[in-house]
Design a protein around this ligand. Structure first.
Ligand code: SF4
Length: 572
């Protein structure tokens, strides 16, 4: 069942008014992969009347007024991707396509969608109910942050959107608590996993350098970011305050992690795994192809790649679903119209983080002074693929299922570190679960660049490469490794890209096509490096390619069509 998107649908349900209206920058796809769908269905399960307004026109009031004013609150999300990332390439060119828009043309999501939708609500509903922000755009922009697209430090998005509350991270617990408190007229300032604006600082909370200070001092911004980053674990994080103009942004500590039972329950709610029929009428929604027949097995990532935002948003503790819940979802997929027997992906942020975690982290929180995977895998992590192998076996033996693919990227260093089960896991993948290509993400090959990215050195890459092709040969399969690589990351010069090209041509014997130009995502260490041009871990000055042509050229060096540059082979 879809949540209502028109007054007609609201009336058909016998409702006179909605409790909550969710507004999103994506078209309405009812799928466990889509945050707004999960949040909407969860609230509905708790008895609230929820409606969805997808991709409203911001030039008129016709869409935003469609469902009327909610009784409790508005929930606003930019969608599954930060709207500036969705709308612009790494070289700041407007993107033409959008996988979350019917017809695929990028003409429905406004820039800074969270702010645009909040303004739209206030324009058409004076003195309205509270506006609650959520989703990745709000989450990554919850305190002062570097914004690549305006090349400036921006305030918390809560101030710019003039909203009432902001949910950060995976917001299931927070959204239900907000609904409960607002429906009984209770104070909402003590809810974990949320931010709000206050006149005063909050006792016992850490004081981040003010917005004015971090805007004028790169060093203060770096200090602020470190404190922000370190206070993101539900076991150890303190609340944070940051003065912005005359008031304070207050960030309560993160929500507790969901238990496995709670996580399983989110997937038992039942989804259509399809775009709403009225959205489908407007054109094909490409994102549905990727997620319709796929299964998420876990959330969170402890990879801590410095350019990635998953750890800041989903957290660094991996939470996984039970085998039973995953098998049940697979059975449901076999009943969907059009299912041809293939599950397109069984994975998560990193495919092979399913089923094990560091015991210390689970009880005392993530370490502040060291990382789980960098510069080497922590001895307390103990990668263990023994739980994934039987899960994959059971999935492919279910009636109605022909093939099960693992299309999410995996950490090859973790496969090798699991001396007991890593080899049998890889053999299982190679023999049964690769759809032509297996994705791994070394991102670079030069030690200096890898260290600024927080990625492992190339030794494990070569060993994995050899092992993959040996097992592939034995399985008599025609399949390949694909490598994700990044150009123009802070610390990376053209000379590094030439060395990268040499390495992959000589050692891996490929010309890669999956080379992305680095995008500084809000609230990541790499964005901090890009802005400050310093390595925050060593304090050393970093070369940072900021020229658009220079960035493009770094990519072209590897893809084989570089422009001639006077800076070629320049040493940094
Ligand atoms: S002990 Fe090791 S694996 Fe555990 S949280 Fe700390 S760094 Fe990560």
């Amino acid at each position: 069942m879809y949540l209502p998107i028109t007054q007609n649908e609201v009336r058909k349900l016998g409702w006179d008014k909605l409790d909550i209206v969710l507004v999103t920058g994506d078209t309405y796809i009812d799928s466990p992969y889509i945050g707004v769908a999960v949040i909407g269905k969860l609230l509905a399960r708790h008895g609230y009347r929820v409606g969805i307004i997808a991709q409203p026109d911001v030039q008129s009031g016709k869409d935003i007024s469609r469902l009327g004013e909610p009784r409790l609150f508005w929930g606003v999300s930019g969608g599954s991707v930060d709207s500036m990332v969705a709308n612009y390439t790494a070289t700041k060119r407007k993107r033409r396509s959008d996988d979350y828009t019917p017809g695929g043309i990028n003409n429905r999501r406004p820039d800074r969608a969270v702010i645009a939708y909040s303004n739209l609500i206030r324009k058409h509903f004076k003195n309205t109910k509270p506006i609650v922000l959520g989703g990745i755009e709000a989450s990554l922009r919850r305190v002062a942050h570097y914004d690549y697209w305006s090349d400036s430090i921006r305030k918390s998005i809560l101030f710019d959107a003039k909203a009432d509350l902001l949910i950060y991270g995976m917001g299931e617990k927070a959204i239900v608590e907000i609904a409960e408190k607002l429906s009984s007229d209770k104070d909402t300032t003590d809810i974990t996993g949320t931010c709000y604006i206050a006149k005063e600082k909050k006792d016992g909370y850490l004081d981040l350098p003010s917005f004015d200070r971090v805007k004028s001092s790169k060093q203060a911004f770096a200090e602020m970011f470190k404190t922000f980053y370190e206070n993101n674990d539900p076991h150890t994080a303190k609340g944070l305050c940051q003065k912005q103009d005359t008031r304070y942004l207050v960030q309560n500590p993160p929500s507790p992690l969901l238990t496995q039972k709670e996580l399983d329950e989110l997937y038992e709610i039942g989804y259509e795994n399809e775009a709403h029929p009225s959205c489908r009428k407007q054109g094909k929604v490409k994102a549905v192809d990727t997620i319709r027949y796929s299964i998420t097995t876990h959330r969170g990532c402890y990879g801590e790649c410095n350019f990635c935002s998953i750890g800041v948003h989903q957290g660094q503790t991996v939470q996984w679903r039970s085998e039973k819940s995953i098998l049940n979802e697979a059975r449901r997929l076999t009943e969907l119209p059009g299912f041809k027997g293939n599950i397109m992906d069984v994975g998560g942020p990193t495919a092979n983080m399913y089923g094990f975690e560091c015991e210390k982290k689970l009880t005392k929180g993530v370490c502040r002074s060291k990382r789980c995977l960098y510069p080497r895998i922590c001895k307390h992590l103990k990668p263990d693929h023994s739980i994934q192998v039987p899960l994959l076996k059971k999935l492919r033996k279910l009636p109605g299922i022909k093939r099960v693919f693992v299309a999410s990227g995996l950490r090859h260093d973790m496969v090798l570190a699991d001396r007991k089960h890593g080899l049998s896991y890889l053999r299982e993948l190679v023999s049964h679960h690769v759809s032509g290509q297996m994705k791994i993400a070394p991102e670079h090959t030069e030690e200096r660049v890898l260290s600024t990215m927080g990625k492992p050195p190339t030794g494990s890459l070569l060993t994995f490469h050899e092992l993959f092709y040996k097992l592939t040969g034995k399985a008599k399969k025609k399949q390949y490794l694909t490598y994700y690589l990044i150009a123009a990351h802070p610390g990376c010069a053209e000379s590094d890209m030439y060395k990268l090209k040499e390495f992959i041509s000589d050692k891996l014997r490929i010309t890669p096509e999956q080379v992305q130009i680095f995008t500084p995502l809000p609230s990541t260490y790499s964005a901090l490096m890009y802005y400050t041009e310093h390595d925050p871990f060593t304090g050393k000055k970093l070369f940072v390619e900021k020229n658009i042509k220079g960035k493009q050229n770094q990519k072209l060096i590897v893809t084989g069509k570089e422009r001639r540059s006077s800076r070629s082979h320049r040493k940094h």
